[in-house]
Design a protein around this ligand. Sequence first.
Ligand code: SOE
Length: 389
Amino acid sequence: MEKIKVGIIGTGFIGPTHIEAIRRLGFVEVAGLAETSQEMAEKKAAELGIPKAFGDYREMLKDSEIQVVHNCTPNHLHFAINKEIILAGKHVVSEKPLAMNSDESAKLLELAQKQGVIHAVNFNYRQHASVQNLKAKITEGDLGKVNLVHGSYLQDWLLYETDYNWRLAPEVGGKSRAVADIGSHWCDTVQFVTGKRIVEVFADLATVVPVRKKPTGNVATFGGQKKEDMKYEDVPINTEDYASVLVRFEDGSRGVLTVSQVSAGRKNRLSFEINGSQASIFWNQEEPEKLWIGHRDKANEVLLADPALFLPESRSAIHHPGGHNEGWPDALKNMMFNFYTFVRDGKSLKTDKPNFATFADGHLSMCITDAILESNQQQKWVKVQASKE
Ligand code: SOE
């Protein structure tokens, strides 16, 4: 069978992780790569073993061999490039946030639906094997009625004033930083597992590091560049690195989320606890194979991921026997597998239910981010306006 041919735009932190996940599928081929100059594209294509290099992504969009395009560019380019990918008639996998605000994401969703392309946004944490098992447990009623959802997404890669990255500048990263960058993943994951939407928020945002030393050269996400070799200029920072958000779900259940990119020791700790009327569950992305299950009248349990102990609905998300740990790259592979089998099997988002986040989820996420920003500004509860779907 012909392999599905794919083009990747952007090769920062996330582009190569998409390429690696795609390559593990076997029936998809990364045929092209686009970067900001021909020289850079050729360098990256040679490093990553990709046949075609494009110094302008528009040239790649004209390539009739390429059926799917991944938008792995910085945030401010997501809207315009997603639009062009869709108009070129290609299926699209976009990094989050889908756009710079919910007006733009509404337009993208409408366009993608009109053009009939398959659209996905890379909310990869819902694809962890234990998260899929956890969702199946909630759906089966193992927790009873879900009453409370609370947790955090904490990182430390922006702790020091000398930590700098494009995500800090609003004109590139967007007017929200930590909430759009990582809070969005938390909201998507908890909405996915509970099957309930966040409809109202009350937020308190802060910029813990208000002035940063910006290196005069380029810095990659999670780059860990040597500080002694750097030259800096002082820049004021206007995007949040911390947020506390109270949330209300559509059925009246409550929750709270803390987001921080300045929490020493926390590398990529997306965690949440769900308290139901019968039992509780806790999951933490840094130890993804463990699911803590809390009881009132018997001893608590820790379920180590193992296909034999998973509910049948979630077994396709786990690939190795217990103890053969699966983590972040495997969740991303699950995301790509679910997307590309959907494409391969000729399915349509009009008639078939996808097992991946679509632009509808990406748009909902933008609406939540906008509501969080507005709530922080006005210091009151704000409803999530997701009506443009
Ligand atoms: C940086 O904070 C980042 O790479 C996010 O942009 C990703 O979405 C998250 O998965 C890991 O951290």
